[in-house]
Design a protein around this ligand. Structure first.
Ligand SMILES: [Zn+2]
Ligand SMILES: [Zn+2]
Length: 147
């Protein structure tokens, strides 16, 4: 297998892992999963979006198609919390928000691979996120799962 085929396979496998762990998400609007890799390529941790331990899960009253979820810690935040030291790559089911982008970059992430774009992100947040990605030269890739 060629190196490029191997890297495509890895992206597919880690994205599927992110999708699998997203099933544990406690938001009724969107379930998000994240897998972090260490600089040596090993898996650092995984996380999903969830309410704080012991707090009630999201309901259609707190989160809906037209209501942002403010009730959960994001998958990236949780995955970072479950790992130590530098991480290099993040696989996420959904394109990270500005806050998570900042947290990922601070911990060393320079490549982010995601399935679903975050289309409703506010323009001001999008601009700030772009500035961070440019400054730190972060690879930002939307990838589809192969059948
Ligand atoms: Zn929610
Ligand atoms: Zn986030």
């Amino acid at each position: 297998m060629h190196t490029s085929e191997r890297s495509i396979l890895k992206d597919q496998v880690f994205l599927r892992m992110a999708l699998e762990i997203s099933r544990l998400g406690t938001c009724c609007r969107l379930k998000v999963g994240c897998i972090l890799l260490r600089p040596d390529g090993g898996i650092a941790s995984g996380g999903f979006n969830g309410a704080l331990p012991g707090m009630p899960h999201c309901t259609p009253e707190t989160c809906g198609p037209d209501k942002r979820c403010l009730h959960t810690s994001h998958a990236e935040e949780n995955a970072l919390g479950f790992s130590e030291g530098l991480v290099s790559t993040a696989y996420v089911t959904d394109e990270p928000c500005l806050t998570c982008t900042r947290a990922l970059v601070r911990r060393g992430v320079r490549r982010v691979v995601f399935l679903r774009p975050y289309t409703s992100l506010a323009e001001q947040e999008k601009a700030e996120r772009s500035a961070i990605l440019g400054h730190f030269n972060v690879q930002w890739e939307q990838v589809n799962l192969e059948a």
